[in-house]
Design a protein around this ligand. Structure first.
Ligand code: ACO
Length: 330
């Protein structure tokens, strides 16, 4: 069989217009630029206003990726939206499909928090490998500012909003070289955005739950420990599956949660700093968007070139984590 390999042929991204720097945050909660930048590496984040929706940002990122791939929306067979913050709990992927006019495409949302882009990449790859679809649009997008407690300095300093999109196309050579996906629900309480039930009696003897979602709650130290231990493991496993040594990796591309996590993982894998992609300084943790957002910038800056081998890893709530080793471009 031919053309059941995967090529990641194009990328685009979009972020909100307004930035909030650490100095600005120190007017909201008791914090400082020094604390935030030294503990996280984050200097500013972009925050979506009420005119900016997940759908609008994701659509903008998708249009950029489609233009780069030199295909039209009608060529797309499948749209996967990795997000934890849809505009509509029933799913936002179909709205994006409608906005793009991707009339042939089936579209669905996928939730795996900050691992969403990697989980989405591997999911999309299965549809290509089985020969079912040829052109897939994968989007990672989140607006966590909607769900942050802006009075909680332990979390509100970390997150930002954004969207990134890639085009995956059937190819005669498979550029997804290896992957590993993991979950551990026993650690769910380390990081969540969970539904809080509120009883509402609708008729005598029948009470339903009409609650709301509580803002993000996180045990930062536990998440830090988890990431630094588990991320190198999945990258090593994925490299083993790809049958390539770590010295062949051109770029380490981690979920942009914290520069200290990125540095610790790179050190553990013995990947030198010049091979590490990082842009969280300007965007904070954009959850499912962070990997494609950082990759898009690196491609546009001319750092990442076709044929480069990328070791990417996402990790976060669930807990979920995963890695994918892939070759960029056609
Ligand atoms: N400004 C000033 N002081 C602060 C702030 C802040 N923004 N936040 C916490 N502090 C204080 C704490 O109150 C504490 O003070 P205390 O000792 O008087 O109680 C002190 O700083 C140390 O707090 P810690 O939480 O122990 O700080 P730590 O060094 O662990 O750094 C951090 C916190 C940056 C959150 C770190 O634990 C981390 O990065 N963890 C990983 C988080 C992460 O990556 N989350 C995203 C996962 S992705 C997803 O799925 C959404």
């Amino acid at each position: 069989m031919t053309n059941i390999g995967i090529a990641i042929t194009a990328i685009g991204s979009a972020t909100p217009k307004v930035s909030l720097d650490n100095q600005g945050l120190s007017q909201i909660v008791e914090t400082s630029d020094e604390w935030i930048s030294s503990r996280t590496g984050i200097h500013q984040r972009k925050l979506a206003n009420t005119a900016e929706s997940l759908c609008s940002m994701a659509t903008q990122a998708s249009l950029a990726a489609l233009a780069q791939a030199n295909i039209t929306a009608t060529d797309i067979d499948l749209i996967i939206l990795a997000t934890s913050t849809p505009d509509d709990l029933f799913g936002t992927a179909s709205q994006i499909q409608g906005e793009l006019g991707a009339v042939k495409a089936v579209a669905f949302d996928m939730t795996a928090a900050c691992s969403g882009f990697i989980f989405g990449l591997v999911t999309a790859a299965q549809f290509i490998r089985t020969g079912v679809y040829q052109n897939i649009l994968l989007i990672g997008a989140d607006i966590l500012s909607r769900w942050v407690d802006w009075e909680d300095r332990r979390t509100c300093v970390l997150f930002g909003d954004g969207a990134g999109a890639v085009i995956l196309q059937a190819s005669n050579r498979d550029r997804l070289l290896g992957f590993e996906l993991r979950s551990d629900g026993s650690q769910n309480d380390c990081l969540n955005l969970s539904y809080q039930p509120q009883p509402k009696q609708i008729i005598e003897g029948v009470t339903v739950s009409q609650g709301t979602y509580k803002p993000i709650s996180m045990n930062g130290k536990e998440v830090y420990r988890f990431a630094v231990q588990k991320v190198p493991e999945v990258i090593e496993k994925s490299l083993f599956r790809a049958n390539i040594g770590v010295e062949k990796v051109d770029w380490l591309l981690l979920h942009q949660a914290n520069q200290r996590i990125i540095d610790a993982v790179a050190k553990r894998l013995e990947i030198p700093p010049e091979k590490v992609i990082s842009n969280l300084r300007n965007y904070g943790n954009t959850s499912a968007a962070s990997i494609p957002l950082a990759l898009d910038e690196a491609v546009r800056e001319g750092k990442v070139k076709p044929g480069d081998i990328i070791a990417a890893s996402g990790f976060g709530a669930g807990l979920t984590w995963g890695a994918a080793i892939f070759e960029w471009g056609v």
